[in-house]
Design a protein around this ligand. Structure first.
Ligand code: MG
Ligand code: ZN
Length: 368
């Protein structure tokens, strides 16, 4: 009898020990998300992303993401979205009409994630290879009923308090009032080049307007502007020692699609992938940064189609070893676009969902 009890006691004690060992595992919490870096490849569908696997020798940085989802991109007004409605869905979590910049279907302003960070006294940055007033970046800081009003969009920059911005669009910031507003807000504006990181004072705000409108194409010698600007911003944001939100746009993947120029598309995708690498290097070290890569929509109906070759005596045949990229439209398409996620909470981005859900998932993670 005594022997039986002893065995029971031992089993109970062992059970408690094993419980105490398993308990912390079940309680394991994901790290808190402090920083969000949202990378938008404008017009970057799956074929555009896939091109990075065929047109360079190394493994693309796209492969470094542990979680992948698909985003449905329709606007409230159209099955096929434009970049304004697409970016507003990402910035605010609201579907809106094509052309809308940070406003809902009723043209009333919708609050953006950039504004959320700014209101909390945290830091913000916007970087694009288009004009900084172009639809994608604009939808994070401006509230205007039409994407065509670039001068009006520019007036929203100073009040948005965006700590760091870089891209093109110098011509839209030429007015005396805009310059005055930016100066009063503490901005240093540079219209010629990025500066060394050591020159950036965390107490100031910075605007780099390095082209009159869009930045040059990669094929026209833009060089590593997007990566350099992103790394400069990361240095600066770290000096500010506050949580930050940063949006980085590979704007011209879309323009290559509209132009139906495969070279243009692919070189812009490869540039974007380089930037992703730099951002992931930072996020891996930091541990509290959520990195999301997605697109607002697909552009061009781009495909990595097999080349149709003339085979002597046999007529035309598809060569499954040669890719001859092709396009089905000069506009956008309704195809779903990739969502790649890295960092705390990244697992939430697996699945198929609306573009507005990307915003909702991010907000959920940062408000925890
Ligand atoms: Mg864009
Ligand atoms: Zn477009």
């Amino acid at each position: 009898m005594r022997r039986v009890i002893n065995v029971t006691v031992v089993l109970i004690v062992m059970g408690l020990i094993s419980l105490s060992f398993t308990f912390p595992k079940e309680e394991k919490k994901t790290k808190k998300v402090k920083n969000v870096i949202l990378l938008i490849g404008d017009g970057m569908g799956l074929s555009q992303m896939s091109s990075a696997y065929y047109y360079q020798d190394k493994t693309p940085n796209f492969s470094r993401f542990p979680f992948v989802g698909l985003s449905r991109t329709s606007a409230s007004s159209h099955k096929i979205t434009d970049s304004a409605a697409g970016a507003t869905a990402l910035s605010s979590g609201k579907k809106t009409y094509n052309g809308a910049i940070g406003v809902g279907p009723d043209t009333n302003a919708v609050k953006t994630i950039l504004e959320y960070y700014h209101e909390k006294g945290n830091s913000t940055a916007l970087i694009a290879t288009s004009s900084i007033t172009h639809a994608t970046p604009a939808s994070f800081y401006a509230h205007v009923d039409s994407r065509n009003k670039a001068h009006e969009i520019a007036t929203y920059m100073a009040p948005s308090g965006t700590d760091f911005f870089a891209g093109g669009g110098r011509q839209f910031f030429g007015g005396e009032e805009i310059v005055k507003a930016l100066t009063e807000e503490g901005y240093l504006i540079d219209t010629s080049k990025l500066v060394p990181a050591s020159d950036l004072d965390p107490g100031r705000k910075y605007g780099f307007l390095l082209a009159s409108d869009g930045m040059p194409r990669m094929t026209e010698g833009r060089g590593p502007f997007l990566k350099n600007a992103s790394e400069l911003a990361l240095d600066y944001l770290q000096k500010k020692e506050k949580p930050f939100f940063m949006m980085i746009e590979g704007s011209q993947i879309d323009w290559g699609g509209h132009a139906n120029e495969a070279d243009y598309v692919v070189t812009e995708v490869l540039d974007f992938d380089e930037v992703i690498g730099a951002v992931l290097d930072f996020a891996e070290k930091d541990g509290h940064t959520l990195v999301i890569v997605t697109a607002d929509h697909e552009t061009g109906g781009f495909t990595l189609s097999s080349e149709l070759k003339n085979v002597p005596f046999k007529g035309k045949q598809n060569d499954y070893n040669s890719i001859a990229p092709s396009f089905s439209t000069g506009g956008h398409s309704a195809a779903m676009v990739p969502v790649l996620a890295y960092g705390p909470g990244a697992e939430n981005f697996a699945g198929i969902y609306q573009n507005t859900e990307i915003h909702a998932k991010i907000m959920d993670l940062i408000s925890k």
